[in-house]
Ligand binder design. Sequence first.
Ligand code: ZN
Length: 511
Amino acid sequence: MSDLSIDFSKNLSEENTILTFTEEELAGVPEDFLKSLEKNEDGKLKVSLKYPHYFPCMKKARNPETRKKLETAFNSRCLKPNTAILEELVELRSQKADILGFPTHAAFVLDMRMAKDPEKVRTFLVDLAQKLRPLQEQEVKVYLEYKKEECDKYGYEYDGKIHYWDLRYYMTMTEERQYAVDSNLLKEYFPMEVVTTGLLDIYRELLDLKFTQVKDVEVWHPEVTLYSVVDRESSNLLGYFYLDLYPREGKYGHAACFGLQPGCIQPDGKRQITVAAMVANFTKPTEDKPALLTHDEVETYFHEFGHVMHQICAQSEFALFSGTSVERDFVEAPSQMLENWCWEKEPLQRMSKHYKTGEAFPDHLLDKPIKSRIANAGMFNLRQILLGMFDQTIHTQKKVDTAKLFSEISQEYLGFPSTEGTNMSASFGHLAGGYDAQYYGYMWSEVFCMDMFYTRFKKEGIMSPKFGGDYRRYILQPGGSIDAADMLRNFLGRDPTPEAFLISKGLNPNA
Ligand SMILES: [Zn+2]
């Protein structure tokens, strides 16, 4: 099983498909992005399936054929080998659960999680889907209006349906039209260096830490940087972290934090320092521009760095419980909580500066993206539920046809099937990367993340060092040495409730 999981991830990292398009086929995609693309011998532009290539095209390419080609290729990544691996893993996991006396793999995994059993997870996802459905229906109506308009304007055939390859395009259009978010203009205020400095500064202040870049040290690639972290109060060295932020061939293609050495107590009673690495695939600098991040990328950066801090601040006695070694359906909560800083004025201003003029974000530019947080909330969250439900379903079965099942669940939750010939689950890294039967954890922990944020920080100051200190003490430091439910009670002063979560999605919790 371990070998299969490694092969699954390796296939994904080594995936290297290139599609070629004419400029005309990529109409709608920003000029500077097109300029950054390499050309092949006959002058066509080369588009890879790595995030900094794929997403800008899916968001802005107006030609549905182009998007269909890209989406089909994207959701066919590693189709053959990884479908076989995943389906074999499902069988082996089921057998293992059987040997251990559990009815299903999901039941085995959840036994040690906050949720405890598959029924509870199902109920959680189904309830939430019901609440979100009216939002999503409204959103789809709008997508279809836009689609009709686009088809009339550019002479494409209108089929009255939303497909996978339409999704990001019309979601982006919704943000732009309903919230007047101009993501290309926003990017100009998020040069990588400014974001990094601002981000480190916010974490420093909030958690009372000191970061220092360590130069002249051996790293695995010239783009990688290393920082030391010191506790400001005691001046103790807590650990080191690496930042590896840009895509390159053969590199892990998603964003993640990897623990390299756990912070825990050594036999001599002293604390072993933590070492962690943050890996991401952000937009690279071009010849005439520094790396300019989209707001999504800034949020991802903030999120992954939250995991880094969870590792670095670890104070548990045993390595087994150090840092992010918490219940898997809680592990996202601490860093999701910190994502909220990317949706508030003050921290955003600290992380931004126009790359040419050095000007700060004008208020009017900032209000809109902040408001746009609930744009597409129905569709976005139902997609998360689809992924969670798929993961739960395959892990309550002995044998599964993943492509067929994914398409069926997609139909049920999003209202449309997978694109012909694709199987998204062949590139669903989480399923072989330790999130099996636990993908729901993203939504599950968001409930706690929103409660923590609204109850304490949002009410009384998001840069409050007092709450930041409590956060470090009660949530980050203990790792898995305390049950998540108890950590939450310690921080909140009561049991968590889902109200804040529903409000954050634009729903009325009392409805
Ligand atoms: Zn995460």
